[in-house]
Design a binder for this molecule. Structure first.
Ligand SMILES: Nc1nc2c(ncn2[C@@H]2O[C@H](COP(=O)(O)OP(=O)(O)O)[C@@H](O)[C@H]2O)c(=O)[nH]1
Ligand SMILES: [Mg+2]
Length: 233
Protein backbone atom coordinates (compact mmCIF):
# COMPACT_ATOMS: atom_id res chain seq x y z
CA UNK A 1 0.00 0.00 0.00
CA UNK A 2 2.63 2.45 1.17
CA UNK A 3 5.38 1.94 -1.43
CA UNK A 4 3.71 3.21 -4.62
CA UNK A 5 2.51 6.34 -2.85
CA UNK A 6 5.96 7.02 -1.39
CA UNK A 7 7.38 6.60 -4.86
CA UNK A 8 4.82 9.06 -6.14
CA UNK A 9 5.73 11.55 -3.45
CA UNK A 10 9.38 11.11 -4.27
CA UNK A 11 8.79 11.73 -7.95
CA UNK A 12 7.12 14.95 -6.95
CA UNK A 13 10.00 16.00 -4.69
CA UNK A 14 11.29 18.50 -3.91
CA UNK A 15 8.24 20.70 -4.40
CA UNK A 16 5.86 18.20 -2.74
CA UNK A 17 8.04 17.39 0.24
CA UNK A 18 9.72 20.75 0.62
CA UNK A 19 13.11 19.16 1.03
CA UNK A 20 16.14 18.46 -1.11
CA UNK A 21 15.89 15.09 -2.79
CA UNK A 22 17.79 12.00 -1.68
CA UNK A 23 19.55 9.48 -3.89
CA UNK A 24 18.12 5.96 -4.24
CA UNK A 25 20.96 4.72 -2.01
CA UNK A 26 20.06 7.17 0.74
CA UNK A 27 16.40 6.21 0.55
CA UNK A 28 17.46 2.57 0.76
CA UNK A 29 19.66 3.28 3.80
CA UNK A 30 16.64 4.85 5.50
CA UNK A 31 14.41 1.94 4.59
CA UNK A 32 16.96 -0.54 5.98
CA UNK A 33 17.37 1.35 9.23
CA UNK A 34 13.65 1.16 9.81
CA UNK A 35 13.18 -2.51 8.93
CA UNK A 36 15.12 -3.30 12.10
CA UNK A 37 12.90 -4.44 14.98
CA UNK A 38 12.26 -1.26 16.93
CA UNK A 39 11.37 -1.81 20.56
CA UNK A 40 10.05 0.27 23.41
CA UNK A 41 12.85 0.75 25.96
CA UNK A 42 11.55 3.08 28.64
CA UNK A 43 9.04 5.77 29.46
CA UNK A 44 10.61 8.57 31.52
CA UNK A 45 8.11 10.67 33.49
CA UNK A 46 10.90 13.01 34.62
CA UNK A 47 14.57 13.77 34.04
CA UNK A 48 15.96 11.38 36.65
CA UNK A 49 14.38 8.43 34.84
CA UNK A 50 16.01 9.10 31.46
CA UNK A 51 18.11 6.19 30.13
CA UNK A 52 21.90 6.77 30.19
CA UNK A 53 23.00 9.20 27.44
CA UNK A 54 25.21 6.60 25.76
CA UNK A 55 24.04 6.86 22.12
CA UNK A 56 22.72 9.40 19.64
CA UNK A 57 19.12 10.39 20.09
CA UNK A 58 16.47 11.84 17.81
CA UNK A 59 13.39 13.35 19.42
CA UNK A 60 9.95 14.16 18.06
CA UNK A 61 8.42 17.24 19.65
CA UNK A 62 5.19 19.03 18.89
CA UNK A 63 1.83 20.11 20.18
CA UNK A 64 -0.55 17.50 21.58
CA UNK A 65 -2.36 15.71 18.78
CA UNK A 66 -0.01 16.96 16.04
CA UNK A 67 0.76 13.34 15.10
CA UNK A 68 4.04 12.48 16.91
CA UNK A 69 3.13 8.92 17.83
CA UNK A 70 1.48 8.27 14.46
CA UNK A 71 4.59 9.44 12.61
CA UNK A 72 6.89 7.23 14.70
CA UNK A 73 4.58 4.28 14.01
CA UNK A 74 4.70 5.07 10.28
CA UNK A 75 8.51 5.33 10.36
CA UNK A 76 8.97 1.95 12.03
CA UNK A 77 6.10 0.37 10.09
CA UNK A 78 4.47 -0.85 13.31
CA UNK A 79 0.96 0.29 14.04
CA UNK A 80 1.24 0.27 17.81
CA UNK A 81 4.86 0.91 18.81
CA UNK A 82 4.21 4.46 19.95
CA UNK A 83 0.70 4.96 21.21
CA UNK A 84 -1.41 7.15 18.97
CA UNK A 85 -4.70 8.29 20.33
CA UNK A 86 -7.50 10.71 19.85
CA UNK A 87 -7.14 11.94 23.41
CA UNK A 88 -4.80 14.93 23.46
CA UNK A 89 -2.20 14.94 26.21
CA UNK A 90 -2.26 11.25 26.91
CA UNK A 91 1.41 10.62 26.15
CA UNK A 92 2.80 11.95 29.42
CA UNK A 93 6.27 10.48 29.33
CA UNK A 94 9.37 10.75 27.20
CA UNK A 95 9.12 7.39 25.45
CA UNK A 96 12.40 5.84 24.25
CA UNK A 97 12.60 3.36 21.37
CA UNK A 98 15.69 1.51 20.19
CA UNK A 99 17.00 -1.16 17.82
CA UNK A 100 19.62 -3.89 18.31
CA UNK A 101 22.15 -3.14 15.52
CA UNK A 102 22.33 0.65 15.15
CA UNK A 103 22.88 2.45 18.42
CA UNK A 104 20.20 5.10 18.42
CA UNK A 105 17.19 6.21 20.42
CA UNK A 106 14.01 7.63 18.94
CA UNK A 107 12.10 9.64 21.53
CA UNK A 108 8.37 10.32 21.48
CA UNK A 109 7.92 13.44 23.58
CA UNK A 110 4.92 14.54 25.61
CA UNK A 111 2.94 17.15 23.69
CA UNK A 112 3.00 20.81 24.63
CA UNK A 113 0.22 23.36 24.49
CA UNK A 114 -2.45 21.11 25.93
CA UNK A 115 -4.77 23.77 27.31
CA UNK A 116 -7.28 21.49 29.04
CA UNK A 117 -4.82 19.82 31.44
CA UNK A 118 -4.56 21.18 35.01
CA UNK A 119 -2.21 24.20 35.19
CA UNK A 120 0.17 22.63 37.73
CA UNK A 121 0.53 19.56 35.57
CA UNK A 122 1.23 21.62 32.44
CA UNK A 123 3.88 23.56 34.36
CA UNK A 124 5.56 20.38 35.59
CA UNK A 125 5.54 18.93 32.06
CA UNK A 126 6.98 22.03 30.52
CA UNK A 127 9.81 21.86 33.03
CA UNK A 128 10.66 18.26 32.07
CA UNK A 129 10.37 19.06 28.38
CA UNK A 130 12.60 22.11 28.61
CA UNK A 131 15.12 20.34 30.86
CA UNK A 132 15.34 17.47 28.40
CA UNK A 133 15.63 19.57 25.24
CA UNK A 134 18.18 21.98 26.68
CA UNK A 135 20.25 19.47 28.63
CA UNK A 136 20.43 16.22 26.69
CA UNK A 137 24.03 15.92 25.50
CA UNK A 138 23.37 13.18 22.91
CA UNK A 139 20.42 14.83 21.19
CA UNK A 140 21.38 14.75 17.51
CA UNK A 141 18.28 16.46 16.16
CA UNK A 142 14.80 17.37 17.25
CA UNK A 143 12.06 17.04 14.67
CA UNK A 144 9.49 19.68 15.54
CA UNK A 145 6.18 18.50 14.18
CA UNK A 146 3.82 21.11 12.81
CA UNK A 147 0.26 20.41 11.64
CA UNK A 148 0.23 21.16 7.90
CA UNK A 149 -3.27 22.65 8.24
CA UNK A 150 -2.17 25.25 10.77
CA UNK A 151 1.52 26.04 10.24
CA UNK A 152 3.75 27.37 13.07
CA UNK A 153 1.76 28.66 16.07
CA UNK A 154 2.79 30.72 19.12
CA UNK A 155 3.12 27.55 21.24
CA UNK A 156 5.59 26.19 18.67
CA UNK A 157 7.58 29.44 18.72
CA UNK A 158 8.33 28.93 22.45
CA UNK A 159 9.98 25.59 21.71
CA UNK A 160 11.85 26.91 18.66
CA UNK A 161 13.30 29.71 20.79
CA UNK A 162 14.30 27.26 23.51
CA UNK A 163 16.07 25.07 20.92
CA UNK A 164 17.82 28.13 19.45
CA UNK A 165 19.03 29.17 22.90
CA UNK A 166 20.24 25.66 23.72
CA UNK A 167 21.81 25.39 20.22
CA UNK A 168 20.06 22.08 19.57
CA UNK A 169 19.75 21.28 15.86
CA UNK A 170 16.12 20.95 14.81
CA UNK A 171 14.01 20.55 11.70
CA UNK A 172 10.34 21.21 11.04
CA UNK A 173 8.24 18.28 9.85
CA UNK A 174 4.74 18.98 8.60
CA UNK A 175 2.20 16.33 9.57
CA UNK A 176 -1.23 15.34 8.21
CA UNK A 177 -0.30 16.54 4.71
CA UNK A 178 -3.08 14.28 3.38
CA UNK A 179 -5.64 16.63 4.93
CA UNK A 180 -4.91 19.59 2.66
CA UNK A 181 -4.57 20.22 -1.08
CA UNK A 182 -1.27 20.19 -2.92
CA UNK A 183 -1.36 23.98 -3.38
CA UNK A 184 -2.15 24.57 0.31
CA UNK A 185 0.73 22.25 1.21
CA UNK A 186 3.14 24.14 -1.02
CA UNK A 187 2.02 27.39 0.60
CA UNK A 188 2.52 26.15 4.17
CA UNK A 189 5.93 24.67 3.25
CA UNK A 190 7.01 28.05 1.88
CA UNK A 191 5.64 29.93 4.92
CA UNK A 192 7.33 27.53 7.31
CA UNK A 193 10.67 27.98 5.56
CA UNK A 194 10.35 31.75 5.85
CA UNK A 195 9.49 31.50 9.57
CA UNK A 196 12.43 29.16 10.20
CA UNK A 197 14.90 31.46 8.47
CA UNK A 198 14.67 33.64 11.63
CA UNK A 199 15.80 30.73 13.82
CA UNK A 200 19.55 30.11 13.97
CA UNK A 201 19.41 26.43 15.06
CA UNK A 202 16.74 25.44 12.52
CA UNK A 203 17.64 23.24 9.58
CA UNK A 204 16.41 25.14 6.49
CA UNK A 205 14.55 22.24 4.83
CA UNK A 206 11.02 21.23 5.78
CA UNK A 207 9.73 17.68 5.35
CA UNK A 208 6.02 17.21 4.63
CA UNK A 209 4.59 13.89 5.78
CA UNK A 210 1.42 11.90 6.07
CA UNK A 211 1.47 9.10 8.62
CA UNK A 212 -1.93 8.10 7.29
CA UNK A 213 -0.98 7.76 3.61
CA UNK A 214 2.78 7.28 3.96
CA UNK A 215 3.81 10.36 1.97
CA UNK A 216 7.21 11.79 2.91
CA UNK A 217 7.93 8.98 5.39
CA UNK A 218 10.73 7.54 3.24
CA UNK A 219 12.30 11.02 3.08
CA UNK A 220 12.24 11.28 6.86
CA UNK A 221 13.77 7.81 7.17
CA UNK A 222 16.54 8.82 4.75
CA UNK A 223 17.16 12.04 6.72
CA UNK A 224 17.50 10.05 9.96
CA UNK A 225 19.85 7.52 8.29
CA UNK A 226 21.94 10.43 6.99
CA UNK A 227 22.10 11.96 10.47
CA UNK A 228 23.26 8.68 11.99
CA UNK A 229 25.89 8.23 9.27
CA UNK A 230 27.17 11.77 9.81
CA UNK A 231 27.41 11.07 13.55
CA UNK A 232 29.74 8.19 12.67
CA UNK A 233 27.39 5.39 13.79
N1 LIG B 1 -5.33 12.22 8.43
C1 LIG B 1 -4.28 12.07 9.24
N2 LIG B 1 -4.46 11.94 10.57
C2 LIG B 1 -3.37 11.79 11.36
C3 LIG B 1 -2.05 11.80 10.83
N3 LIG B 1 -1.18 11.68 11.86
C4 LIG B 1 -1.92 11.59 12.98
N4 LIG B 1 -3.25 11.65 12.69
C5 LIG B 1 -4.36 11.59 13.66
O1 LIG B 1 -4.21 12.65 14.60
C6 LIG B 1 -4.56 12.22 15.92
C7 LIG B 1 -3.40 12.47 16.87
O2 LIG B 1 -2.29 11.67 16.50
P1 LIG B 1 -1.18 11.24 17.57
O3 LIG B 1 -0.14 10.52 16.79
O4 LIG B 1 -1.78 10.53 18.73
O5 LIG B 1 -0.63 12.67 18.03
P2 LIG B 1 0.40 13.02 19.23
O6 LIG B 1 -0.44 13.49 20.38
O7 LIG B 1 1.23 14.13 18.68
O8 LIG B 1 1.19 11.79 19.50
C8 LIG B 1 -4.95 10.75 15.78
O9 LIG B 1 -6.34 10.68 15.68
C9 LIG B 1 -4.28 10.32 14.49
O10 LIG B 1 -4.96 9.26 13.86
C10 LIG B 1 -1.89 11.93 9.40
O11 LIG B 1 -0.79 11.96 8.83
N5 LIG B 1 -3.04 12.07 8.67
MG1 LIG C 1 1.43 10.74 21.25
Amino acid sequence: MERPLCFFWRLKAPEMTGTSDFSEDQIEAGRKLFTQPWQFVRGAPDLIHLPPDDRPEIAFAGRSNVGKSSLINALVGQLKLARASNTPGRTQELNFFSIPITTLYLVDMPGYGFAEAPKAKVKAWNKVLRGYLAGRRTLLRVFVLIDARHGIKDTDEDILQLLDTAAVSYQAVLTKADKISKSALEKVIAETKVALAKHPAAFPDVIATSAEKGGGVDILRAEIARLIASAGR
